[in-house]
Design a binder for this molecule. Structure first.
Ligand code: GLU
Length: 383
């Protein structure tokens, strides 16, 4: 059974395009495909849909231009390949869209541009201005300066972060996979295709395989992670194959795809930024009483914290972990790690005596906290 999804009914769409769709290892840019894609984008734009493109392919294109064969690249080699490839990629998009009288604007982001609040707001303002000017933002990770430790590495999560940053209502991930199966279809003949995913439950996560690894980069794992970021902020997501020409038209005509419903109670504004942060600087392990309090919308008090892991400063993102190891929330710490350790397990009234000054009553205030499992329904009241 095929289901049609009307992309033209969306207000603002982010389309993520995988490298293999745009770039052929031997012959370089897949021009005909790009032209068809630009026609699809123009079709949506003509119907009043704002489109943003997250385009991979800088490294692949750079390899093609420089004639670098298969095999792993060292960091500085892939950075150099990206520098060469990104120029060609941007030019291809700019030319392809200009045939439809659409102006393209290039945005290159690093992880810091979305993790740090001021830079996040700055990037959001620039992208917002481009949309106001009816230009199509063409976005990629700035691979030329991204280091191994501090980078997205995959454009699935980057695209989800961009989608939530600009308040998109749809994220489309185009790659060589046409959707989510109950198990990897090439390994399990009984794997079933899932056309609609109402919520990303632990079972759904398990279908994507284990924790992200080098092998699963850009695979189903990062797509499900992208889905968690997008749907929590109220953005629907589609995983569809981009192997056909006119993939967006194909989705609208009923080509098979998986659709993830947005959360019925999305986080808003400031909390969208907290919820999508990728790198918590530390972990606060809490007791059962504190977990219950958090689920009813309360702040996290030092008394309910059992232990502190990692080094962080006040205002850094920390993950809140249940006593049995589940991540239940993310939030901004009210204390440096060193101070937090001193007041762990202590009553708020004792903080002044321990630290020598009247600190905050909460270790993580509820206004700076987003439930990441089990407590989403409480978010709205506090947002
Ligand atoms: N940013 C990378 C590139 O443009 C691609 C990352 C990905 O494949 O998800 O080459």
């Amino acid at each position: 059974m095929t289901e049609r999804t009307s992309l033209s009914a969306c207000r603002r769409i982010v389309i993520k395009i995988g490298s293999a769709l745009l770039v052929d290892r031997a012959s370089g840019l897949r021009k005909a495909w790009l032209e068809a894609m630009c026609a699809d984008i123009a079709g949506l734009a003509a119907r009043g849909v704002e489109v943003l493109v997250v385009s991979s392919g800088a490294i692949a294109m750079g390899r093609a231009v420089l004639g670098i064969g298969a095999g792993a690249l060292k960091l500085e080699e892939s950075q150099a390949a990206a520098a060469v490839g990104q120029i060609a990629l941007a030019r291809a998009w700019s030319e392809g869209l200009s045939r439809h009288d659409i102006v393209a604007g290039q945005i290159l982001l690093t992880l810091g541009d979305t993790e740090e609040r001021r830079r996040y707001l700055n990037a959001r303002a620039t992208i917002g201005q481009l949309l106001k000017m009816k230009a199509v933002p063409v976005i990629n990770e700035n691979d030329t300066v991204a280091t191994t430790e501090i980078r997205y590495g995959d454009n699935d999560r980057l695209a989800a972060r961009v989608a939530t940053m600009v308040g998109a209502d749809m994220l489309v991930l185009l790659s060589d996979i046409d959707g989510l199966f109950t198990a990897p279809p090439h390994l399990d003949p009984k794997a079933e295709f899932l056309p609609f995913i109402p919520a990303i439950t632990p079972e759904i996560e398990a279908m994507a395989g284990g924790a992200a690894s080098e092998l699963s980069r850009g695979g189903m794992r990062t797509k499900i992670d992208a889905g968690k970021i997008a749907t929590a902020a109220g953005c629907a997501m589609i995983i569809a194959s981009g192997k056909v020409d006119h993939p967006l038209r194909a989705i609208m005509d009923g080509a098979r795809h998986s659709r993830f419903a947005p959360s019925p109670e999305p986080v808003k504004g400031w909390k969208t930024w907290i919820a999508g942060k990728l790198l918590p600087a530390g972990r606060l392990v809490i007791d059962e009483g504190a977990e219950r309090a958090l689920l009813t919308g309360k702040s996290l008090l030092p008394a309910g914290v059992q232990s502190i892991e990692g080094e962080f400063s006040r205002g850094d993102t920390v993950a809140v972990i249940s006593h049995d190891g589940r991540e239940i929330a993310r939030g901004l710490s009210g204390y440096d790690a060193q101070e937090a350790r001193l007041i762990t397990g202590k009553k708020s009234a004792d903080i002044e005596g321990i630290l020598g000054y009247a600190g905050r009553a909460a270790m993580v205030h509820r206004d700076d906290m987003v439930m990441t499992a089990g407590g989403r329904s409480r978010e709205k009241a506090n947002a």
